[in-house]
Design a binder for this molecule. Structure first.
Ligand SMILES: [Zn+2]
Length: 315
């Protein structure tokens, strides 16, 4: 069990939330794993993780209720949570509490709030995994003390979340789907059916696919290792991904006035192999010479930690 304290001087709590004494749970339902945390005041006191069952969409309430029981009982003597934040990937109607669509989890219009209304005796708040991850990084991770932030988890998909003035921007259900912005009109066909989306060039899956098309074995991690070893084919694939990513991020950070770009996900594990060229490519494109590009700090727990800080609507 890990205690992870909020530094009150460095974090601005979500609006309306009083950290002191609040017991809340956060559950991040991912394509491969479900992660849950229990927060007591400003400390994360329990964590729990289990694989995502393949038939989750058909028994969502049952699975999530069991995960909630396990994270609460993962530590002795903890009171029941007053609120439970559930975050999911894909298109999410946060106000309506409905998971509209997820390619990985195979659901359409899953009414999360209704599925949990009976079994869970607490306020249920539904959110988006990347936006919750940004909230987590803002409160306890790489975006502490900075109120204008772009969060970029780089995996197979490329979704982003934006914070301006200390608030996570929500907008429509399409908010943050930068991976499906077209960057190459003649590029590969994307899973969304269109051509040349950012994630067909800069996503981890795309980087690995180009590597295998060049006759090599492996995935994006193999490409990163080959870049570090000086392989020119790997360097070209990697640089194409970095340039496409920087080209897509630059107008966003400039329009929003972001001070810091926090990059997470599997590709960020490449460390300097990613951060050196990405920082250079971004700074070459934006007018703000002070823009910072930093690695995320909470890893796969960012979404669950953010979820535990989502506040039930008062209206
Ligand atoms: Zn697409």
């Amino acid at each position: 069990m890990t205690e992870l304290d909020v530094d009150p001087s460095g974090a601005s709590p979500p609006s309306g939330d009083e950290h002191r004494g609040v017991v809340a749970a956060g559950i991040d339902v991912g394509g491969t794993r479900i992660k849950a945390v229990l927060r007591h005041g400003s400390s994360i006191v329990n964590r729990y993780v289990e694989p995502t069952p393949p038939d989750l969409a058909h028994r969502f309430g049952e699975v999530v209720t069991a995960v909630l029981d396990r994270v609460v009982s993962a530590g002795p003597g903890r009171p029941a949570p007053r609120s439970v934040g559930i975050v999911v990937p894909g298109l999410v109607d946060e106000r309506g509490g409905v998971a509209e669509w997820s390619a990985n989890l195979g659901w359409r219009d899953l009414d999360i709030r209704a599925a949990l209304a009976g079994p869970v005796d607490a306020d249920v708040v539904v959110g988006h995994d990347v936006r919750a991850g940004l909230l987590g990084e803002h409160l306890l991770g790489a975006a502490r003390g900075v109120d204008d932030v772009l969060f970029v988890p780089l995996g197979t998909g490329v979704a982003v979340a934006l914070m301006t003035g200390g608030r996570v921007a929500r907008g429509t259900t399409w908010s943050g789907e930068l991976g499906h912005v077209q960057v190459a009109a003649d590029g590969p066909v994307c899973g969304c059916g269109r051509r040349g989306c950012l994630e067909t060039v800069a996503g981890a899956g795309a980087v690995g696919r180009r590597w295998r098309e060049s006759g090599r074995d492996g995935d994006a991690r193999s490409v990163a290792e080959a870049v570090a070893a000086g392989d020119p084919v790997a360097q070209r694939i990697w640089q194409d991904a970095v340039e496409a990513l920087a080209g897509a991020l630059a107008p966003v950070v400039t329009a929003a006035g972001s001070r810091r770009v926090v990059v997470g996900g599997g590709m960020a594990e490449a460390g300097a192999v990613l951060f050196d060229p990405l920082t250079a490519a971004l700074l070459a494109r934006v007018p703000d010479p002070g823009l910072e590009v930093v690695p995320a700090e909470l890893g796969e727990w960012a979404g669950a930690i953010g979820a535990a800080h989502l506040v039930p609507a008062t209206t």
